[in-house]
Design a protein around this ligand. Structure first.
Ligand SMILES: Nc1ncnc2c1ncn2[C@@H]1O[C@H](COP(=O)(O)OP(=O)(O)OP(=O)(O)O)[C@@H](O)[C@H]1O
Ligand SMILES: [Mg+2]
Length: 306
């Protein structure tokens, strides 16, 4: 339903891992949590699911505080840790049934649900194998299945795509669609913006323990589109008409215009302008990829902070 991270700070000795971190994940929303190694993603997630106490601030799961009402809050959030460890000699399905017992699910019902979920997560053939023999990716898949035992309204996944094969990633993408339809609030971390792109509705960027930006995926895609920045001798309706033939112009200065999504090579645009008697003083081509967008945010945050 809703996950609210409110002014959370956390230090480990002299390292300030989180500095006043706030953001919200609403119902029917899938939010990517993107940052470089050591940015603070796992620390945030561990605090949000109640396994690590914050120094200050709080996280509310459907309104329940993880610090004051930990039991209630953690029941309504399913989560998958960064590296799920199962040293169990149990067979996967038996372990699933055992865990389901904690949620008051009867053995029969747990078996039915276990078979359904493990099959859904591509472990149909492996459900009678020992967990200790599972590969990394299989452990991730199994952890995903157990995070769904009690069908909680909220989910938090730490690096869930890491270690999944392309089929696993495609499967997670479908799962996100299902979660959205069913009104869940979903937060998942990743280092790689392009990996998050097809899955998240919104992205929260974290860098060195601080939130450096929150953007809708559409907005990110828009900003990451290629563009031509052109400096002209004059800028009037006539010029805009010409530019509209080739893309989406927007004026950014007295004589400066950005042409988004240019459909032709810059030379075509330049010669058309020049042939119409308009001087082209400068042309810059910006080819911004998603990762460049991410890096430009980081760069800006670092220069703001100096
Ligand atoms: N238990 C701990 N003891 C000391 N320092 C820690 C501990 N856990 C995290 N840190 C530090 O806190 C900072 C944030 O770490 P965190 O694991 O949250 O990053 P992350 O964004 O999850 O990184 P990654 O992408 O590598 O998983 C790092 O500087 C890390 O060294
Ligand atoms: Mg981490």
């Amino acid at each position: 339903m809703v996950i609210e991270v409110v002014k959370v700070s956390k230090s480990f000795g002299r390292i300030k891992a989180l500095d006043n971190v706030s953001f919200t994940v609403n119902n029917s929303e899938v939010v990517g949590y993107v940052g470089l190694n050591g940015a603070g993603k796992t620390t945030t997630i561990r605090i949000a699911v109640g396994v690590l106490p914050p120094d200050s601030g709080d996280v509310f799961i459907d309104g329940y505080s993880v610090t004051r009402d930990k039991k209630r809050a953690s029941k309504i959030v399913g989560w998958v840790p960064e590296s799920p460890i199962f040293e169990s000699e149990f067979k996967a399905l038996d372990y699933f049934i055992y865990l389901a017992g904690y949620y008051g699910i009867s053995a029969n019902e747990a078996r039915r649900l276990g078979i359904e979920l493990l099959e859904k997560f591509g472990l149909g053939e492996a459900m009678y194998r020992k967990l200790s023999e599972y590969s990394q990716g299989m452990k991730k898949r199994f952890a995903l299945a157990i995070s769904m035992i009690n069908d909680p309204p909220n989910f938090i996944f730490d690096e869930v795509l890491n270690g999944l094969d392309p089929r696993g990633i495609a499967f997670f993408r479908e799962l996100a669609v299902e979660f959205r339809k069913r009104g869940k609030a979903v937060l998942f971390s990743s280092h790689i913006l392009s990996e998050v792109e097809g899955i998240a509705d919104r992205v929260v960027f974290i860098h060195r323990g601080r939130i450096i930006g929150v953007y809708n995926m559409d907005e990110i895609r828009y900003k990451a589109r290629p563009a031509l920045e052109i400096l002209l001798s004059r800028l009037d309706n006539h010029v805009l008409k010409i530019l509209e033939k080739y893309g989406e112009p927007s004026i950014i200065g007295e004589q400066r215009v950005i042409l988004r999504d240019p459909r032709v090579d810059s030379s075509v645009v330049i010669s058309d302008l020049v042939n119409s008697g308009i001087g082209v003083l400068e042309v810059k081509r910006e080819e911004k990829s998603l990762e460049e967008f991410f890096f430009s945010l980081i760069k800006k945050a670092e220069s703001d902070h100096l």
